[in-house]
Design a protein around this ligand. Structure first.
Ligand SMILES: NC(=O)c1ccc[n+]([C@@H]2O[C@H](COP(=O)([O-])OP(=O)(O)OC[C@H]3O[C@@H](n4cnc5c(N)ncnc54)[C@H](OP(=O)(O)O)[C@@H]3O)[C@@H](O)[C@H]2O)c1
Length: 295
């Protein structure tokens, strides 16, 4: 039996792990929300790990308000950077491997071909800087760490672009969405599933635990505009979506124009297949639209 502690368990990704946990027999999950375990507090991290013999800690906890991070710097730094110091130290001490979730925002966003994990990372936003520093601190203290960089995460849980588009699509006749930022959406259920599959394969010796940085998103590439069009079409919304440029939609934190990631490494190393973003969007919308009918 694999013993796992999941931090930040009330977030989008944490909730997906909770949803899947009941279908997985060979893993025993413990879920800790921010109220149960504040990762910025070393004594709380120690208390959570002590005597539990967890094989893995999956860190889904993060400060994720990208624009607010530009001004709430202390909190963003404490959660995304500093906390990874003691998570790393204490996991090393307790012999617990770490699966840490990071972001495409660590890349500079100016490339013209998909980012491989060894591409130079020069994050433009403060959020991206804190996440990159957190990755480095974690690995420094706990080399037995897998870092998964993901992008454009959405889920039927929490707040995200898909849910915002559905809501606005119901309220407005017209929406303006940027067409010049390209990336790959990630259904959080797919990411949670991929992590579970990887750990099961490691546990049964089918693949090796190979620490390092890995990119993970759904397959395919789109713009926020095309993503929005797809969402509203599938929801049979009559709301029109108009393409606008990033210059017409200024944000506090700069957004990458290009954040497509090359996923060859994770697919090869852990022998996983990744669904296309359109198929995954369809799955998530089926859940959300069903919930809408029920309510
Ligand atoms: N969302 C995206 O588009 C995206 C894209 C790329 C990468 N990522 C990364 O993917 C991971 C998961 O993201 P997500 O979308 O699931 O995030 P999320 O929905 O914002 O959830 C983050 C969770 O972390 C918790 N948290 C915040 N500060 C904490 C602390 N000090 N101690 C313990 N828990 C704390 C939050 O709890 P409270 O709500 O109680 O504060 C929340 O439940 C994060 O590492 C994020 O950086 C996200």
């Amino acid at each position: 039996m694999i013993k796992i502690l999941v931090t930040g368990s009330n977030g989008q990704l944490g909730c997906e792990f909770k949803k899947l946990a009941s279908h997985v027999e060979d893993i025993s999950f413990t879920f800790a929300s921010s109220a149960d375990l504040d990762i910025t507090q070393p004594d709380q991290v120690e208390a959570a790990l002590n005597g539990q013999d967890y094989h893995y800690l999956i860190n889904c906890a993060a400060y994720t308000a990208v624009d607010k991070a530009e001004t709430e710097r202390i909190k963003a730094f404490a959660t995304n950077s500093e906390a990874l110091n003691h998570i790393g130290q204490k996991c090393r001490y307790h012999n617990t491997r770490v699966i840490h979730i990071s972001t495409d925002y660590v890349y500079d966003g100016k490339a013209w071909k998909p980012y491989t994990e060894d591409a130079s990372s020069l994050p433009e936003s403060y959020y991206g800087q804190t996440k990159l520093l957190g990755e480095k601190k974690l690995v420094e203290h706990q080399p037995d760490t897998i870092i998964l960089r993901t992008s454009w995460l959405y889920s039927s849980f929490g707040n995200n672009f898909v849910k915002t588009m559905l809501k606005l699509g119901n309220q407005r006749e017209e929406l303006r969405v940027v067409f010049d930022q390209l990336g790959s959406p990630t259904y959080a259920e797919d990411l949670a599933n991929a992590v579970i599959t990887m750990l099961q394969k490691i546990n049964t010796g089918r693949v090796k635990f190979t620490p390092g940085i890995y990119n993970y998103s759904n397959e395919g590439v789109t713009s926020w505009y095309d993503f929005a069009v797809n969402i509203l079409q599938q929801a049979h919304s009559t709301c029109r979506v108009l393409p606008i440029s990033s210059k017409e939609y200024p944000t506090a934190a700069p957004r990458p124009y290009y954040s497509v990631m090359d996923k060859t490494k994770i697919k090869k190393q852990f022998k996983i297949t990744i669904p296309h973003w359109q198929a995954s969007l369809e799955k998530c919308l089926a859940v959300l639209l069903h919930e809408e009918i029920e309510s």
